[in-house]
Design a protein around this ligand. Sequence first.
Ligand SMILES: Nc1nc2c(ncn2[C@@H]2O[C@H](COP(=O)(O)OP(=O)(O)OP(=O)(O)O)[C@@H](O)[C@H]2O)c(=O)[nH]1
Length: 389
Amino acid sequence: MDNFTLTICTMLVSIMMAAAMAGLYGTSRDEAALPDWIAAMLCFSVSSLLAVVHAYWPLPFLLVPGIANALYLAGHGFIFSGIRQHIGGRSAYNWIAVLALFSLSLHFLPAIATSLDRRIIIFYAMVLALCLASALYILVSRRQCTIGGYTPLLWVLGLFFTQMLLREVAMVADLAGVSVPGSAYLRSAGSLFVMLYIIAIAMAFAYLITWQKAEALRTSALTDSLTGWYNRRALMRMAPQVFDECRNKNQSLCIVILDVDHFKQINDTYGHVIGDKVLQHITVQARQAYGPGKWLFRLGGEEFAILLADTEPEQASSIAEKIREAVNHSPYQYHKAIWVSISLGIAAATAQDVSWEAVLDRADKALYQAKATGRNTVCSDTTLAFTGT
Ligand SMILES: Nc1nc2c(ncn2[C@@H]2O[C@H](COP(=O)(O)OP(=O)(O)OP(=O)(O)O)[C@@H](O)[C@H]2O)c(=O)[nH]1
């Protein structure tokens, strides 16, 4: 395929990808990155359109290559800006404007205006910088999390960056009079690479949005909407893994069950809405008292469980006591202070336990003991020693 045909194809492909991104935006209006990615595709298509028209009716130098190049660069800028927004950063419109104007102004410099090779070398360097910035932004800001849905995007950026770098090296070598094998092919295949890049990156964006939605669904299926703690379904899924992991690593595993005391009275006195607020308040207090641990579950109603991996029973007792105290000493403030207390039962996994359910069952029995002993107390299954008030 000759370059002219490839440029027409690039223009059509960019329009189709812009339409695909717009379709995706129709179903994901809250996704701030999509308008940027639509703008990127439109920039690529108008840039190609100018090149196509120029082949038939020569346009002024300011339009081609001036504005065509600035638009192409802006396209890459919008890709970067969209990625930033998708990860939670701010848009980069100021930078896009500065870069496009800078690129345009370069075309007025005689040394650059008169040399296609110099123009291309400078222009490639700017595209390389934007491509690298996009990839680095993902890698740096996601280093604490899983890369997950960003993987295809990183591959596309990486491959595009590599071929751009090879072309840049070939161009510089040509200019310096050094012959590089495959240099002519690399130079002529530029339009093909751009077209493939536009298709691939649009697909990577679509994959990322779909992956993110699936992740959000997975998370909400495992999360209790009232308290933000994991729900019972999550416990069923995660507890066997935690149990097996502790067993394999020879670590102690404790389970704490906590239950709000006389919660029915709170509902009856203040109504279910305030009852819900009290439950939220209790989980916030418990979470703060406990610290950064992640295995917090709402079993149902006003009953909760905490898995304490790699925690000895004595440590578990002191954590439970800390939680009990925190809840007991911080009433929920409504028109007046609503004082609440919780009872807690603890059990530790033993060598005889074949499953986590056996430990949960003993923790439940310990909780029953705590309720039977007057509530607002911590009861341990192993010792049946009572603490608290
Ligand atoms: N507001 C609110 N109430 C709930 C929710 N889930 C369960 N409940 C209420 O929690 C109460 C639990 O009552 P009981 O099982 O008798 O327990 P209790 O009154 O806390 O008494 P003890 O546990 O024996 O101290 C019931 O009134 C339920 O309607 C919820 O999501 N929100």
